[in-house]
Design a protein around this ligand. Structure first.
Ligand code: NAI
Ligand code: MG
Length: 361
């Protein structure tokens, strides 16, 4: 059965790094009898310039039918400065993809490479051996809750307000995704909330506890308040296996945790939905970084975040963690050989790093 991969390179360095990731996937597929078909479409500013939309209905239909989406980055000064109104999904192709495919589980692995320990913002002895996953809820919470707005209220003053709102099913599905992931790893799940001051946090904690006791007794569940979690992540990051948290807390904690690994250009992510009846799971795989307009078109982009995203695609989208490991080892060997782009202090370009990874595969 041929698996369909939709490649959405987007803007800036997005297409440069997804091209590298696609090369790696094609080579592995050829060697390991994996039938992959790649299709390409515009997204983000490139799509807006061509069609007036940040993603078209035709591309959305392809995204829904695909086995996995490999995404680059969207945005840039030209489009960020457009004064657009309307719901968020009309202003960003990525937001529309996340919303309509219900990609509610955003996975960000935090696993520093040995060769890059010196690049971490933390001491090497704290960083060595760190290997955890942050699961951020991506479709709900305060970024989408209603009511929201800026209004003059009864006291005569202007108020800016947002609503943190999670339904029980929204918490249940992210709980299941996180427990299942922890079960496949070291069986430790840490749920992060603010249940001491937030009602949504109380429901969050209660739901995680109930599902854990009922369905995942083999996973050790712990709870942390988010302020303590932020401290623990920089104090002793080795204590964590899987961390699950809401949209807002996950946004903040994952950017902070990212610096444990040293460089934005290295970080992959996966955004997953609920498995379909046929077992296939909707998923979008993208590096954490943006379109980097300052280095776009110069062949200097670090392709490793996108290549590591392809590794996540192999694991979560195609059920081939064995091939993902081959990719990760090739990346590690490339870095050990000192072949790196300028963001890591190296002198190599995107093409040289890709060539080294391919050589090491
Ligand atoms: P950015 O991640 O694009 O760049 C931040 C800094 O990191 C820049 O100096 C850039 O050169 C460097 N950098 C990023 N990725 C790199 C890589 N692979 N190799 C080497 N250096 C790299 O973030 P910024 O500048 O805030 O945003 C630029 C544009 O990207 C904006 O339009 C923003 O909205 C968009 N963006 C898109 C995201 C997405 O598509 N998921 C995520 C973040 C930003
Ligand atoms: Mg962020």
């Amino acid at each position: 059965m041929t698996r369909q991969i939709l490649v959405l390179g987007g803007d800036g360095i997005g297409p440069e790094v997804t091209a590298a990731a696609e090369r790696v996937l094609r080579i592995l597929a050829g060697r390991h009898k994996l039938a992959l078909a790649f299709e390409h479409a515009l997204v983000g500013g490139a799509c807006y310039d061509a069609t007036g939309l940040f993603i078209t209905d035709a591309t959305m239909a392809k995204a829904k039918a695909a086995d996995a989406i490999l995404f680059g980055a969207e945005g840039g000064p030209k489009w960020d400065s457009l004064e657009l109104t309307g719901p968020p999904e009309t202003r960003s192709g990525l937001t529309r993809l996340r919303r309509e495919l219900e990609l509610y589980a955003n996975l960000r692995p935090i696993r520093p490479f040995e060769a890059l320990l010196a690049h971490s913002t933390l001491k090497p002895e704290i960083v060595r051996g760190v290997d955890f996953m942050i699961v951020r809820e991506l479709c709900g919470g305060i970024y989408f809750g209603e009511p929201r707005g800026i209004e003059r209220k009864g006291d005569g003053l202007l108020h800016g307000f947002d609503t943190q709102d999670y339904s029980e099913p929204e918490i249940e599905r992210i709980a299941h995704a996180s427990f299942a992931l922890a079960r496949s790893r070291r069986r430790k799940l840490c749920s992060v909330d603010k249940a001491n001051v937030m009602e949504s946090g109380i429901l969050w904690r209660r739901t995680l506890t109930r599902i854990g006791e009922r369905d995942y007794p083999e996973v050790e569940l712990s709870h942390l308040y988010v302020d303590n979690a932020a401290m623990q992540i920089v104090r002793n990051p080795r204590q964590f296996d899987v961390i699950v948290t809401d949209n807002l807390f996950g946004d903040i904690l994952s950017d902070g945790a990212a610096m444990i690994t040293g460089s934005l250009g290295m970080l992959p992510s996966a955004s997953l939905g609920t498995p379909r009846p046929d077992g296939r799971r909707p998923g979008l795989y993208e590096p954490v970084h943006g379109s980097a307009p300052d280095i776009a078109g110069q062949g200097l982009a670090n392709p490793l975040g996108a290549i590591m995203s392809a590794a996540l695609l192999l694991t979560h989208g195609l059920g081939r963690p064995d091939l993902a490991q081959i990719v990760e080892r090739a990346v590690a060997r490339t870095l050990e050989a000192g072949i790196a782009t300028p963001d890591l202090g190296g002198k190599a370009g995107t093409g040289e790093v890709l060539a080294a990874v391919i050589e090491a595969l």
